[in-house]
Design a protein around this ligand. Structure first.
Ligand SMILES: [Zn+2]
Length: 194
């Protein structure tokens, strides 16, 4: 049982502010030839679209439905269909209660949030110049709708970034995220944590 499943209860009709990490990835706008930066989830790479509420999906339900095409688990699905987040599932948009909890979580995953990285997937056709990098972004996130509270954080039905901190010395990324998501965006350099 994960910590997120402990002490489950629906806590809110008011938005809750919690903490998250994302990856900022370069996206080429084919119409304008501009490069913009978008947020995506660190683990499942869910895309967070600018100016659009992110609604939770249930990956368990998706994978079960995929299997049901060969009629293995279709019986299981009766009664399992639910609106994320569900107490008996692991779905929902995850966020941590505190900034310290957020960083501890990623340190535990052996991830260095201050290490910029090249966007290889967007560069295969040689369209993006080599200098384009992705980086880690953290910030506060608004959660609303159904919210299940765990020991260290939440699983929510709806979410949108509240503010963003870019962990790289790259004003283009910060400016682009601010313009795309219309939230306060700042830069924090690695030495700020030393
Ligand atoms: Zn679920």
């Amino acid at each position: 049982m994960s910590k997120f499943e402990a002490l489950p209860h629906v806590v809110s009709e008011e938005p809750i502010i919690a903490w998250r990490m994302w990856q900022a990835v370069a996206v080429l706008n084919l119409f304008s030839d501009d490069i913009v930066y978008r947020l995506r989830a660190v683990s499942k790479h869910t895309e967070w679209k600018p100016r659009i509420t992110l609604k939770a999906d249930c990956f368990a339900l998706v994978s079960s439905l995929a299997k049901s095409s060969n009629r293995q688990v279709s019986v299981h699905l009766i009664g399992f269909k639910h609106q994320p987040p569900d107490i008996y599932c692991k779905c929902g948009i995850y966020a941590l209660r505190t900034k310290e909890g957020l960083f501890n979580y990623f340190v535990g995953k052996k991830m260095d949030p201050f290490k910029p990285w090249t966007v290889v997937s967007a560069d295969k056709r040689g369209i993006l110049p080599d200098r384009i990098m992705g980086c880690t972004v953290f910030g506060q996130v608004s959660l609303w709708g159904e919210i299940i509270e765990g020991e260290d954080g939440y699983r929510a039905q709806y979410a949108y970034p509240y503010d963003l901190t870019v962990l790289a010395d790259d004003r283009r990324i910060a400016d682009s995220l601010r313009e795309q998501y219309q939230v306060d965006t700042r830069i924090e350099l690695p030495q700020a944590h030393h």
